[in-house]
Design a protein around this ligand. Structure first.
Ligand code: WTA
Length: 657
């Protein structure tokens, strides 16, 4: 990590927003002052200003039973009402909520009035199907308006959604359905990706094939019109929506009513269901969306390129923007279909003014060359955002120069599925930004960088990123596993000096504080990988590999990759009895396909190396650090703690061949 720290120390460029931009921005330095002076009062003010409460809250935070927080506990609200009805009632029903752009080129503009009407019908369908408040509904859809409608309909009736990214396999889908005991799955026949139809319903059918699941029905959106198999439990979305009443009154639910579960990879085995609730989540989502991006709902066209299957899609496609009454683009497909200028064409077409995307995408465009975006009129852009992984200064500068015409502020936003909303970021109208730094905690959030003893590292040093006080959008737990919640996030600093003022949230990220106190993220410090901004667990991929009959042992590492940040590289020992059967190349192809089938294509290893043995310590622990050296083509580090110090020589010499 220290080489990285050194290179970042040499970054001295700074970019302030233009005077015109700053003058027109809503966010003022008072936000920081107010939040410092009275943090809870600040969040209470935001909650009252940004949201409609059916029943006002009188208590802001209950932290008497840490790490279980309650925010705005005695208040009541309806999340969907906040994202829909109130905008219509305020006279903004004709404002476009979604400019939907399908990959094949079909498009649809949906106003707030229309979106509200659709969600009301979908809510009535859920009620008709016996979905009650608190029930879990799995959503497995492409990036089409129905994904947004489905999420809001579930929220509207006080039920809990669990959105599963369309790229996950039938097995991943099933394990998530089972963990949450979902009663309904909302899916589609298929979607369009990379110029092709990609089927979704067969995965749902396969997931539910064995029976004995909690799912009673599946609602199927017709997107591609391809043939689908039909089961007793299946219902067409359009038929059901047409068959119910158009009116639905949103009733209020307590602020701590669960809103959604979203599964994410952890350091061990099965993905964990991160639980978010309503009032605090929506407050911080709306606050950050407004102030980080300097949103002007009347004039901006906002586009967040994330899929709703990830937290960024939850907070910054659905809840934050819609709570703020924003107009946004929703794009179904990939950046290069049907041509590599597709994104820039969309920006030109809709005059997108705020773009929020991931460094991997920026680095991919960099590789393709600036001549592609330069063919399009990108002058509507005024704010650019980055999320999901550290953005290197080079990509940051390219983003600003080529996409932002050297003018736009760039906000690099650090946060996680668990934090629910942005935690560390510039505010576009205020902050003088440095390429590569996520800057400082947003107003009302308290962040520190600590050493292993829980001591503040001091300016100029690196350590572990922690959140020192509870925050409104924080996860409320791991679904069904309060112990894992405590262990994963809160036990790390217990008993250390830093923990004396209360529990500290351990994020799992390394960070450095520079001499101005700005934060530079350095990547995960645990066994979680970050591939194209998607979180993957080494343990989960290893267990998938060893589940294959050919495999005796497996070790997975995240190796640095110029474009995707990290890439999955696996080292596999083949069972002796099988070793003669096929060539290494065949085995590696087979195992890559196996992982894709078990977990999903995003988890497919970039490379699989077949080795005779894995490097282990005397106590049997695999030394991934050494494998990472090999995978990244470096000189192998210190091997003295290995049980067999020759193993690495054998592996390394094989790799060089
Ligand atoms: C990483 C995505 C550096 C980090 C919102 C974190 C980042 C993980 C940034 C969470 C950033 C996210 N700079 N690293 N701006 N944003 N990360 O849960 O390692 O999919 O812990 O949430 O992504 O990934 P998740």
């Amino acid at each position: 990590m220290s080489a990285k720290i050194d290179s970042l120390l040499h970054e001295h460029r700074k970019f302030a927003p233009s005077p015109e931009f700053a003058a027109a921005a809503d966010a003022s330095p008072e936000l920081y002052a107010d939040a410092t002076h009275d943090r809870l009062g600040f969040w209470a003010d935001q909650a009252r200003e940004l949201l409609h409460w059916h029943t006002p809250f009188t208590k802001t935070l209950d932290w008497t039973n840490p790490p279980f927080a309650k925010w705005f506990e005695d208040g009541e609200l309806n999340v969907a009402y906040n994202c829909l009805d109130r905008h219509v009632l305020a006279g903004n029903g004709d404002r476009v909520a979604l400019y939907f752009e399908g990959e094949p080129g079909d498009s649809r503009a949906i106003t707030y009035a229309e979106l509200t009407a659709e969600v009301k019908r979908a809510a009535n369908v859920l009620i008709k199907l016996g979905v009650n408040a608190g029930d879990r509904v799995a959503i497995y859809l492409p990036m089409i308006p129905e994904a947004v409608i489905a999420m809001l309909a579930v929220a509207r009736i006080g039920a809990v959604h669990s959105v599963i990214f369309g790229g996950f396999s039938a097995e991943s889908l099933r394990s998530r359905i089972d963990d949450a005991n979902a009663v309904l799955v909302i899916t589609a026949d298929g979607g369009y990706r990379k110029g092709k139809i990609s089927a979704l319903k067969p995965a749902v059918d396969a997931a539910l094939q064995s029976g004995d699941s909690s799912v009673r029905n599946t609602l199927v959106v017709k997107r591609t019109g391809q043939d689908v198999e039909w089961n007793d439990r299946d219902l067409w979305w359009h038929d059901e929506l047409a068959s119910v009443d158009a009116e639905h009154e949103a009733i209020p639910f307590p602020a701590e009513n669960p809103l959604f579960i979203l599964y994410t990879s952890g350091t061990t085995g099965a993905p964990k269901g991160i639980l978010h609730t309503s009032g605090g989540y929506l407050t911080q989502g709306a606050f950050t969306h407004k102030n980080v991006f300097d949103l002007k709902p009347e004039t901006d066209v906002y586009w967040c390129t994330a899929d709703v299957g990830w937290i960024t899609g939850h907070s910054y496609v659905v809840y934050g923007p819609l709570a703020n009454g924003a107009t946004q683009v929703l794009y179904e497909g990939t950046p290069d279909s049907p041509h590599t200028g597709r994104w820039w064409e969309i920006i030109e077409k809709y005059k997108v003014s705020i773009l929020y995307t991931a460094p991997t995408a920026i680095r991919t465009f960099m590789k393709l060359g600036r001549q592609i975006p330069q063919k399009f009129d990108l002058s509507s852009l005024r704010v650019l955002g980055s999320v999901g992984e550290p953005i290197n200064p080079e990509a940051w500068m390219w983003y600003r120069e080529v996409i932002g015409g050297n003018l736009t502020p760039i906000v690099d936003t650090w946060w996680q599925t668990e934090t629910g909303a942005i935690m560390v970021s510039a505010l576009s109208g205020l902050t003088e930004t440095k390429p590569g730094s996520a800057q400082v905690a947003i107003p009302g959030i308290t962040i520190d960088v600590l050493d292993d003893d829980g001591q503040h590292v001091g300016y100029g040093n690196g350590g572990l990123l922690v959140v020192t006080e509870p925050w409104p959008a924080m996860l409320r737990g791991i679904w069904g596993d309060p112990e894992r919640f405590k262990e994963t996030y809160w036990d790390k600093f217990e008993g250390t000096k830093g923990a004396k003022d209360g529990p500290l949230y351990f994020a799992g990220d390394g960070a450095r504080l520079d001499h101005d106190g700005d934060i530079w993220l350095l990547g995960r410090v645990d066994d979680v990988m970050n591939v194209s901004g998607h979180r993957l667990s080494t343990a989960e991929i290893e267990s998938s590999l060893v589940a294959h009959h050919l495999t005796a042992e497996a070790a997975v590492v995240g190796a640095a990759d110029d474009t995707t940040g990290q890439a999955v590289v696996a080292f596999v020992v083949i069972k002796l009895s099988q070793a003669e059967e096929a060539s290494h190349e065949d085995i590696s192809t087979l195992l890559r396909a196996h992982v894709a089938q078990q977990i999903g294509a995003i988890a497919r290893p970039r490379e699989i190396f077949i080795v005779d043995e894995l490097p282990k310590t005397r106590s049997g622990k695999i030394m991934r650090r050494l494998l990472r050296d090999v995978a990244e083509g470096r000189e192998v580090g210190d091997t003295t703690t290995l049980a067999d110090t020759m193993v690495m020589n054998t592996i390394a010499s094989k790799m060089r061949k």
